[in-house]
Design a binder for this molecule. Structure first.
Ligand SMILES: Cc1cc2nc3c(=O)[nH]c(=O)nc-3n(C[C@H](O)[C@H](O)[C@H](O)COP(=O)(O)OP(=O)(O)OC[C@H]3O[C@@H](n4cnc5c(N)ncnc54)[C@H](O)[C@@H]3O)c2cc1C
Ligand code: SF4
Length: 512
């Protein structure tokens, strides 16, 4: 039974920009035992159509770096939460959400107007719901039982709203440990895995130092994800909570270079490597060394720094900008999409995105039936802002003038299954040339950087070059690892999950 989709009206949206919010918190009791057996509104999914989060108009939002979403108002939220049905096995929780958020429970609490209990429930499984509520691709929603033949519950947005409400009501306060263990743990790398591990270990009562080689904390949350997806005050207010809980932070320290391995082992009883997967996949074609060809992760952090008020030239680096240039993004994934939105805001003459894989099906894909993550055609809000996209497109060369890139040359390909698996085959006569003064390489990441620390520690790697772990411990006793360092380039929610699980393993090991 499919109800018509609910359009987001202006009355349903909180006007942008949101007013500044205070952010510290008292602990709250877990409300689960007070819930009944059934969802508050068992027929809500029949009566109420799904709503959608609005976006600021394109013409307005491409002139600034603020978040683009227009959140629903509380009344609309209550209706959306009422769509969560009594489905028996909540696949959203059991197979969709990596941190195992207790989704039907917080939906029901929102429906019953018990927001503070909903916030306690949500924080019991996820350290940073205000972050996942903004940037998670929401595998919970594609796994929602309703999604099998209808529109899923707006789980991600309800999560966002609960988290924002918790901050604005002052329910987010430091959760200091009651006793201290005297054990010392170092967490290296302050992306979502490192932040989650550090917060959990601090709350377990250990003395934790979080090291970060960048000047600010947050990893890719700070210097990868653009502000139009997540403004950085969101990170700062959470960091303030973590520091108040007793976490010590040391930015501007590259462990393995500024702090040697021997000293690290001497100072700490346990170490958690949350270094990310920083080794980018290169574009190995003629002309890739020309000026104007850059890795996405040399480009995006610069804009995040500029948005934060930094001056790029003061760091001695050349400014990479798309202003008045034809920009081409090589790579059709999320990093590429962030490059698209950034280039458009910088004033590119045109933005083109090339993807080497074929165009996915528009709707259902039999290869990925419910409740799996469907491999279907998606258009990001950045692509919507004005980007020409090509699929099955192979980059063959870059040419230029006076050492600077001017054109990208490519062709269309077919993927053919051969004896060695899928292989690319050029489509005869499909060569193309595009003007390109800025070429951004967003072709994914190979694995964690080995040279700075991983090799010096002597930890074993898996077949893909990631750090190998057994129950979160590496091959070197006392050294643990989590996040993209272990999984390869992935998602924020997986990193948070890894950080939490690794922290639990460290805690057990330290208490042995
Ligand atoms: C541009 C971009 C956009 C993305 N957008 C999304 C999104 O919208 N949603 C989503 O779910 N995922 C997104 N991702 C993926 C997501 O950001 C990552 O999966 C996640 O951040 C991984 O977390 P992490 O903690 O493992 O590593 P990271 O976030 O990479 O953090 C690792 C940190 O370790 C530090 N470090 C490394 N070596 C050392 C050392 N020797 N000493 C000290 N510090 C060190 C690094 O400086 C870095 O700060 C995006 C990724 C990119 C690149
Ligand atoms: S963290 Fe992601 S998968 Fe989990 S409930 Fe939130 S949006 Fe869904």
């Amino acid at each position: 039974m499919r109800a018509k989709r609910e359009e987001t009206s202006t009355e349903d949206s909180i006007p942008y920009p949101l007013s500044p919010i205070p952010y510290i918190l008292p602990p709250v009791s877990c409300p689960l035992e007070q819930l009944g057996d059934h969802m508050g509104n068992p027929t809500g999914f029949i009566e109420i159509p799904r709503g959608e989060v609005g976006h600021r108009p394109i013409a307005e939002r491409i002139k600034d770096w603020y978040e683009i979403d227009r959140p629903l108002v509380e009344l609309a939220l209550n209706r959306q939460a009422a769509r969560c049905m009594d489905c028996g096995i909540p696949f959203c929780h059991s197979s969709g959400c990596p941190v195992k958020n207790r989704i039907p429970e917080f939906n029901d609490l929102v429906y019953r107007d018990r927001w503070r209990d909903a916030a306690a429930n949500l924080h019991s499984t996820n350290n940073f719901p205000e972050i996942t509520g903004r940037v998670c691709p929401a595998p919970c929603e594609t796994a929602c039982t309703l999604a099998s033949n209808d529109e899923p519950v707006m789980i991600k947005h309800i999560e966002y709203q609960i988290a924002e409400r918790a901050f604005s009501e002052g329910w987010v306060t430091p959760l200091k440990p009651k006793t201290r263990t005297g054990k010392r743990a170092a967490v290296i790398g302050s992306g979502p895995a490192g932040l989650a591990a550090a917060q959990q270990l601090t709350r377990f009562g250990h003395d934790v130092v979080l090291f970060e080689k960048d000047d600010r904390l947050g990893g890719l949350l700070r210097y990868g994800i653009p502000d139009f997806k997540m403004e950085k005050h969101v990170l700062d207010r959470r960091l303030e909570q973590m520091v108040s809980e007793g976490l010590k932070c040391e930015p501007n320290v590259t462990v393995g270079v500024d702090l040697g391995v021997a000293e690290l082992r001497k100072r700490f009883d346990a170490v958690v490597l949350c270094l990310g997967a920083g080794k980018a996949r290169p574009l190995a074609v003629h002309g890739a060394d020309l000026d104007g060809v850059h890795f996405a992760m040399d480009y995006l952090p610069q804009q995040n720094r500029l948005t934060a008020g930094d001056s790029i030239s003061s760091g001695g680096r050349p400014l990479i900008s798309a202003k008045k240039k034809h920009a081409i993004v090589v790579g059709g994934g999320d990093t590429g999409s962030d490059c698209v939105g950034t280039a458009i805001r910088q004033g590119a003459l045109s933005v083109t995105q090339l993807e080497i894989l074929p165009r996915p099906p528009d709707d259902a894909n039999p290869e990925t039936p419910w409740p799996f993550w469907p491999k279907i055609m998606r258009t990001s809000s950045s692509q919507e802002e004005g980007c020409q996209r090509y699929w099955s497109a192979l980059t063959k060369a870059v040419t230029g003038k006076n050492g600077r890139a001017t054109h990208l040359h490519g062709c269309e390909i077919d993927w053919v299954e051969g004896p060695r698996g899928w292989e690319m085959k050029e489509r005869p006569g499909s060569d193309f040339t595009l003007p390109a003064e800025l070429i951004l390489i967003a072709m994914g990441f190979v694995h964690v950087v080995h040279e700075e620390l991983v090799e010096k520690l002597g930890v074993k790697l898996d077949g893909r070059g990631n750090v190998a772990v057994d129950r979160w411990m590496t091959s070197v006793p006392g050294i643990f690892a989590a996040g993209d360092t272990v999984r390869g380039a992935s998602l924020v929610v997986h990193a948070i999950n890894h950080g939490r699980l690794a922290a639990a393993a460290v805690d057990k090991w330290l208490k042995k």
